[in-house]
Design a protein around this ligand. Structure first.
Ligand code: HEM
Length: 257
């Protein structure tokens, strides 16, 4: 970016360039390459993950129509046919516990790594400096010792009294990471997912198409390998149409099936 160049401050790139140009004056700025890397991080960290959350939620609500009905009842109770607003979104309790449970069973980010800075001892474990530690989010989210015998089942009600109660105060649920590097987009993505679900539930009932094959796969994040084919029934016109909600279909197949 040149000194006299105007930036569009209404998007992320513009804000980043504007803020960076002030830092450059103080000699702490980022290079163009670093700016591009920041944008890539936001795209991957922010877009793919939230899209995965939405897809798995639609799959789960199709598989468990009783939860779809409960979520729709709540949405109509809070918003009727109105557009969602932030006050109402904060009152969506059933939708929130559904999203929590989807993030437990289908966390878009499956693990994250840390490098040990200095020798430490944790109970009977000695970790020397330099060792890389992997925190397997999915394995911990499905651990029977931590979650009970129904650990692998879809039961949003386990979150009905909040995350601390569901985890019994243990660090067994961290779809957004933990500690100083916890996801900065956590609230934003949950808000996005709630808006999406509200608009979807207000307009459609949906079920899994016979074409759907359940095959979670890791492709950077956790996705349905063959996409998610969903049959939607328009709530107002009662007509049936089919469309695929998918974020990843391998082998270059059509995005919408
Ligand atoms: C369901 C949605 C999301 C999930 C599951 C998720 C998950 C995560 C996880 C597990 C981490 C920690 C990685 C680590 O510690 O190594 C992380 C970090 C991060 N996330 Fe998200 N994320 C989501 C949405 C978003 C959104 C919407 C944005 C941006 C708008 C975002 C931006 C970031 C950034 C910039 C970091 C790095 C933070 C740092 O290192 O200080 N994420 N995310």
């Amino acid at each position: 970016m040149k000194d006299d160049e105007e930036v569009n401050k209404s998007d992320l790139l513009g804000i980043l360039l504007e803020s960076n140009s002030k830092e450059i004056i103080k000699e702490h700025g980022m290079s163009n390459r670093e700016i591009v890397e920041e944008c890539n991080t936001f795209y991957l960290a922010g877009q793919e993950t939230t899209a995965d959350l939405m897809v798995w939620t639609v799959v789960m609500l199709s598989r468990y129509p009783e939860w779809q009905t409960r979520a729709r009842e709540e949405v109509f109770q809070v918003f009727g046919n109105r557009k969602p607003d932030s006050d109402g979104l904060n009152r969506l309790k059933t939708v929130t516990i559904i999203l929590n449970e989807v993030l437990r069973l289908y966390p878009p980010v499956l693990f994250f790594n840390r490098r040990v800075q200095k020798d430490i001892k944790m109970q009977n474990l000695s970790l020397p400096a330099g060792v890389k530690v992997t925190l397997p989010i999915l394995l911990i989210h499905k651990d029977r010792e931590l979650w009970g015998d129904d650990a692998t089942e879809f039961k949003p009600e386990r979150f009905s009294e909040g995350i601390a109660k569901a985890t019994k105060g243990r660090l067994s649920y961290f779809p957004f990471g933990w500690g100083p590097r916890i996801c900065i987009g956590q609230n934003f993505s949950l808000m996005e997912a709630k808006i999406f679900l509200t608009l979807l539930l207000q307009r459609f009932t949906f079920e899994l198409s016979p074409a759907y094959a359940h095959a979670p796969v890791i492709f950077l994040t956790l996705k349905p390998m063959h996409g998610a084919q969903i049959i939607t029934i328009n709530c107002s016109f009662k007509c049936v149409q089919a469309f695929g909600i998918s974020t990843f279909i391998p082998s270059g197949a059509s995005k919408y099936k």
